[in-house]
Design a protein around this ligand. Structure first.
Ligand code: ADP
Ligand code: MG
Length: 279
């Protein structure tokens, strides 16, 4: 559904993407994970036609993003990192505007708006100005707007950044629901637990390159099952074990305070990028 090969992007002297290749299957919920500045937004901008790659090719549902850009764009729904709704217009008016851009007829737009606003549980705020909504509601309206023209792929660029945990979980269940309705999802995030919870597969992006690519389960099992944290000299050291007994023997043979837990995706990221001391 999404395929890109050797994608590169340079901004002046900054090499934001250093040759990335990836294939995302139909109906997949794919998470693109990386720290700030690693190139997540740049990738999404290129795939949705908002930026031109310096080199490389990409296809959305078989349409080349540059040579068949109109067809490619038609397949994409985009929820940008920054909220870009028109604050002065109502929720419904924002959605109507988007539908018009995609040549949807008035009746078709009205029906779709009705359906989507019920879906995101905001139907009662249809005629409220966007400026009166909370941050979480605005995010949901952004998602509804991106779905107006029934795209095959939904790009979500950090859809839960800055939201409190309860609202974040509400967005997660909405995203899962959208996937279950058959839409392919490409989600960027710097919240590792978000990817661990939602994604079928994840790519770790580090300094413009893919550092790892697999299912969360496989990535975690590659490291171990148990993680043992030990604080020594004010520094946290983590060791990984397949076997709980082995971890217990490790504790018994050493001084200090330990805490044993399951391996998580964050451990994988630290192990790959080497951004924390490991034993
Ligand atoms: P992320 O979304 O992962 O935080 P970005 O894709 O926004 O990362 O940025 C990747 C790198 O490219 C960063 O070093 C950023 O400063 C740089 N960059 C992004 N957009 C521009 C731009 N329009 N002009 C110059 N540099 C940019
Ligand atoms: Mg970004």
């Amino acid at each position: 559904m999404i395929r890109f090969e050797n994608l590169r992007k340079t901004y002046g002297h900054v090499e934001a993407l250093k040759g990335i290749s990836l294939h995302v299957g139909e109906g997949e919920l794919f998470s693109y994970l990386g720290p700030n500045g690693s190139g997540k937004t740049t990738t999404i901008k290129i795939l949705t036609g908002l930026a031109v790659p310096s080199a490389g090719d990409a296809w959305i549902h078989g349409f080349h993003i540059e040579k068949e850009s109109l067809h490619a764009k038609r397949q994409c729904g985009l929820v940008t990192q920054n909220i870009n709704l028109d604050n002065e217009l109502t929720v419904a008016e924002n959605l109507h505007l988007h539908g018009k851009l995609f040549q949807m007829k008035r009746k078709e737009r009205a029906e779709r708006i009705h359906e989507l606003l019920h879906y995101i549980e905001i139907a009662d705020r249809m005629d409220s100005p966007v400026k009166s909504l909370s941050g979480g509601m605005k995010r949901r309206v952004m998602i509804a707007r991106a779905l107006m023209h029934s795209p095959r792929v939904l790009f979500l660029d950090e859809p839960t950044a800055g939201l409190d945990p309860a609202i974040r979980r509400r967005i997660w269940s909405l995203v899962k629901n959208i996937q279950q309705s058959g839409t392919t999802i490409f989600l960027t995030t710097h919240y590792i637990e978000e990817a661990e919870f939602l994604a079928d597969r994840v790519a770790f992006l580090n300094e413009g390159k893919i550092a790892a690519l697999d299912t969360p389960q496989n990535l975690m099992e590659g490291l171990g099952i148990w993680a043992l944290d030990r604080v020594a000299d004010q520094e946290m050291q983590t060791s990984f074990f397949r076997d709980r007994e082995e971890a217990n023997r490790h504790i018994a043979a050493r001084e200090g305070s330990f805490s044993l837990r399951r391996v998580n995706l964050e451990d994988v990221f630290i192990a790959i990028t080497g951004k924390k001391v490991m034993e």
